[in-house]
Design a protein around this ligand. Structure first.
Ligand code: SAH
Length: 367
């Protein structure tokens, strides 16, 4: 009787089950530790010391209380196991005298994107912010509600959509304002790999272009293109409304009207909206561009899920990202879901999907 449970499951299965369940249930400890490392500036501290630092170095550089160094060690161990830092034991100087505290921490490939000029760290406090994380406590509730009653997960949890909260709640980090560098970095990859999509254009309007970070990269690489950024009035501020080199800023609403141009760019915009809203936006885009034989097109830079089925890390990233978007009623679409939207908005069915970095793709659609 006492050993009945073990008769039905092998100790090995028990271990597999426990480790999988713990890694899932406590997955947030990993995100919180990453956020803490970014908040404390640990990646920068290691970077400033030439890419390698001991616990004592990190504690001094990031102002950690000396009594908490053993706890810092726990966090560094976790983040080294999970692929953010590297941990190398210091060389034994003979006689087995090296201590566990002599470990040197370095930056993994992932962590190198948290320092220097190609710094993606601003996205961490946004996705790991209390308002966003706490929304997910309402998930089971949200699943049971009528779609019209629930709104987004964020709205159910906090009583207003995230964009409304962003304008009145200083604790809510802004994704647009903080996404300048990742945005520019990715655009450079797009131009390097698929620059021909911009060649020959005389004008382009970047719809939902934020503060124009991506547009700036295009304008620098293609000075002959007359670039316009369209965004909401509170985003296109007084400082940016003035023309800036060959970029012109327009405050407006993409659901109402879009300035005319040879091409419309929608970068990381459509994944925020439902299929129905995407169709509305794309119809406005169609009105803004010339006919196909005159070079009219819409360029969409967004995720196309399912491009890397065989890679578990990338498939997991796609699934997590898609689930994360549920928080704001957004969605990461696969090829078939994109196709339906293009056809419902009246675009030709010979669109082009061009993978750039795994699922991150450029799509060209024609009127
Ligand atoms: N294209 C940028 C920003 C994407 S975030 C990038 O790739 O980083 C989505 C952008 O759409 C935000 O800047 C938001 O202010 C803008 N947006 C949201 N609703 C809009 C509307 N109705 N009209 C114009 N822009 C809008």
């Amino acid at each position: 009787m006492a050993l009945r449970l073990l008769a039905e499951v092998s100790p090995q299965d028990l271990l597999i089950g426990l480790s999988e369940l713990h890694n899932h249930a406590l997955g947030y400890v990993k995100s919180m530790s990453l956020k803490c490392a970014v908040d404390l500036g640990i990646p920068d501290a290691i970077h400033r010391r030439g890419g390698s630092a001991t616990l004592a170095d990190i504690a001094i550089d990031t102002d950690i209380n000396p009594a908490k160094v053993p706890d810092l060690k726990r966090m560094m161990e976790l983040l080294s196991t999970s692929g953010i830092f590297t941990a190398t034991a210091a060389k034994d100087s003979g006689g087995g005298s090296s201590k566990p505290d002599d470990v040197s921490y370095g930056l993994t490939t992932a962590c190198r994107f948290l320092v220097g000029w190609r710094n993606l760290s601003p996205m961490v406090p946004f996705v790991v912010s209390p308002l966003v994380v706490s929304s997910f406590f309402s998930l089971s509730d949200w699943f049971r509600k009528e779609p019209s009653a629930a709104g987004s997960l964020f709205e159910l949890a906090h009583g207003c959509p995230q964009w409304e909260m962003a304008s009145k709640e200083p604790r809510m980090p802004r994704s647009t304002a903080s996404s300048t560098n990742p945005c520019q970095l990715f655009l450079e990859v797009v131009i390097l790999d698929k620059g021909r999509i911009f060649r020959g254009l005389s004008s382009l309007v970047d719809v939902g272009g934020g503060h124009g970070a991506a547009t700036q990269v295009i304008a620098n690489s293609f000075p002959r293109i007359k670039c316009t950024v369209l965004d909401l009035p509170h985003v296109v501020s007084k400082e940016t409304t003035a023309s800036d080199g060959n970029i012109h800023f327009v405050a407006g609403d993409m659901f109402e009207s879009i300035p005319h141009a040879d091409a419309v760019l929608l970068k990381n915009v459509l994944h925020d909206w439902s299929d129905e809203d995407c169709v509305k936006i794309l119809k406005r885009c169609k009105e803004a561009i010339p006919a196909r034989n005159e070079g009219g097109k819409v360029i969409i830079i967004d995720m196309v899920r399912g491009s890397a089925q065989e890679d578990r890390k990338i498939s997991e990233m796609e699934a997590i990202q898609n689930m994360f978007m549920l928080c704001i009623n957004g969605v990461e679409r696969d090829m078939h879901e994109w196709k339906k939207i293009f056809s419902d908005a009246g675009f030709s069915d010979d669109y082009k999907i061009m993978p750039v970095l795994g699922p991150y793709s450029v799509i060209e659609i024609y009127p």
